[in-house]
Design a protein around this ligand. Structure first.
Ligand code: IMP
Length: 455
């Protein structure tokens, strides 16, 4: 234990998404969590999703940090999260049914995290309906829950501990304006009494997990315990840094993750940014390296195998379908300019690139793989991701470097030397454009299918 005047050694690893989410953050987060004491989910809500495998069973988690599967960890849902208790309790049950030990004993929830109610999901749908260009949200009520937080009428996890009558009174205030809106749209008014009863019941199960997370986190920091923050969403979905308005409603870059996790800048040991060797995006918004695909209204259209577009080939090779929504993802080539531009937002120490094996297979199928190294934009060649795309209405046109042929990587490869030359050329090209070291290289679907370079 550090004494009062000794500077604390930072022990927190932050795992971020470097593009539009779904980069496979869970894989590296899980590796880091294996030896962690505290694993934290900091931002977003049940819009995020990652699959963890426990005892051979696949579990889809949306709110609980995946590191809970390691029995030595304490798992915290931090103040930056918007929590849907129904989704949370289902996840707890799934984890316990799969044999994960003492989930309710090891899971802690910040009393300051805000709650998601069913009316937030209705409002999410309504907001999308009223837009000329809907965002394509996950419809999990995330935006409206953060709106209530900003409007200072949101209910927090602490409110679940109130007597049902007091909880009801707060729900009445929180939904007073919303009910007017619902009335115009023919949506049934919020039944505050029923919701209070329901959430009060949730509270009975949740109350023993609710903590003052400042004190909990401080204890781990002072004892120099290893902390892992499992990031949700990603750089270009951040509400300030991302492709506004096609973003999520939280700050999911490093500083946002710190606030959400009850940490500060002195706690950060390193930041790992995760990307895939090809890119994907769900929902609307610019995607400079996107490739044509048979997708319409979030559905894959019927097409003959010989008619597959490059976007279809990437999607199928990578199994690019959403964990939370099942939506097919838009797919395209690696965008090194975008990753380079994320440095300020994320403060990356190391890159992790997943699916390097999949990219090799794609290269063999398509004859080459591409990496975007610059953009044509507004009549100029630029080397940064522009921030006025919405204003100009022009999506930057990628300038690619091509690597001929593909490669085969055995998922048992564990050293950089085992990589085929073309795969090394890909990694080195990414490093030279992004100016970030690639320390972790994903070579297969399992968590351990990873090359970790000494650097
Ligand atoms: P919301 O977060 O549900 O409001 O959705 C806003 C945008 O963020 C939509 O384009 C979603 O598809 C996207 N989004 C939110 N969470 C994730 C995620 O975990 N992975 C990928 N995209 C996400």
């Amino acid at each position: 234990m550090a004494n009062k005047f000794e500077p604390l050694i930072p022990t927190a690893v932050i795992v971020n998404g470097g593009a539009w989410g779904d980069e496979g953050k869970g894989k590296i987060a899980s590796r880091e969590a294996k030896y962690a004491d505290l694993v934290i989910r900091a931002t977003g809500g049940a819009n995020a999703g990652h699959t963890v495998v426990f005892n051979g069973k696949k579990l889809g988690l949306h709110l609980i940090p995946g590191g809970i599967v390691y029995p030595q960890t304490t798992a915290l849902i931090g103040q930056g999260v918007v929590l849907d208790p129904d989704s949370l309790l289902k996840e707890i049950d799934d984890l316990e049914n799969a044999g994960v030990k003492d989930v309710e004993g090891r899971l802690k929830i910040s009393g300051r995290a805000h709650l998601v109610f069913p009316y937030h999901k209705d409002k999410d749908q309504l907001e999308e309906k009223y837009k000329d260009n809907p965002i394509g949200t996950t419809k999990r009520g995330i935006g409206p829950a953060y709106e209530d937080k900003d409007a200072r009428v949101g209910l927090r996890v602490y409110d679940l501990l109130l007597p049902a009558k007091e909880l009801e009174a707060k729900i009445v205030v929180a939904t007073r304006m919303l009910n007017q809106l619902f009335k115009i749209d023919g949506i049934t008014e919020v039944d505050a009494h029923h919701l209070a009863e329901l959430y009060h019941e949730y509270g009975k199960r949740i109350w023993q997990m609710v903590v003052n997370a400042d004190i909990l986190v401080e204890e781990f920091v002072r004892a120099r315990k290893k902390i892992v923050v499992e990031g949700a969403q990603a750089y270009r979905l951040d509400k300030d840094w991302g492709d506004y308005p096609n973003v999520t409603s939280s700050n999911c870059v490093t500083p946002g993750a710190l606030i959400g996790a009850h940490l500060n800048q002195y706690d950060v040991e390193r930041v790992i940014t995760v990307v895939k060797a090809y890119f994907s995006r769900v929902g609307e918004g610019p995607f400079p390296t996107e490739q044509l695909a048979h997708i319409k209204n979030d559905k894959v259209l019927k097409y003959k195998p010989e008619e597959a577009y490059v976007g279809d080939i990437i999607r199928e090779a990578g199994g690019e379908y959403g964990v939370s929504t099942g939506r097919p993802r838009r797919c395209g080539w690696f965008d090194a300019v975008l990753v380079k531009s994320s440095k300020r937002a994320l403060g990356t120490d190391y890159l992790c690139i997943n699916h390097v094996d999949t990219l090799g297979i794609l290269g063999k199928k398509l004859g080459s793989v591409k990496v975007c190294v610059k953009y044509h934009y507004q009549g100029k060649i630029i080397e940064y991701y522009p921030d006025d795309i919405e204003l100009t209405g022009e999506v930057p046109q990628p300038i690619y470097e091509e690597i001929e042929g593909g490669w085969d990587i055995s998922s048992t490869a564990r050293s950089y030397d085992e990589l085929p030359d073309n795969a090394k050329r890909f990694i080195e090209l990414v490093e030279s454009v992004t100016e970030m070291p690639v320390k972790f290289i994903g070579v297969g679907p399992a968590n351990d299918d990873l090359i970790v370079r000494n650097m």
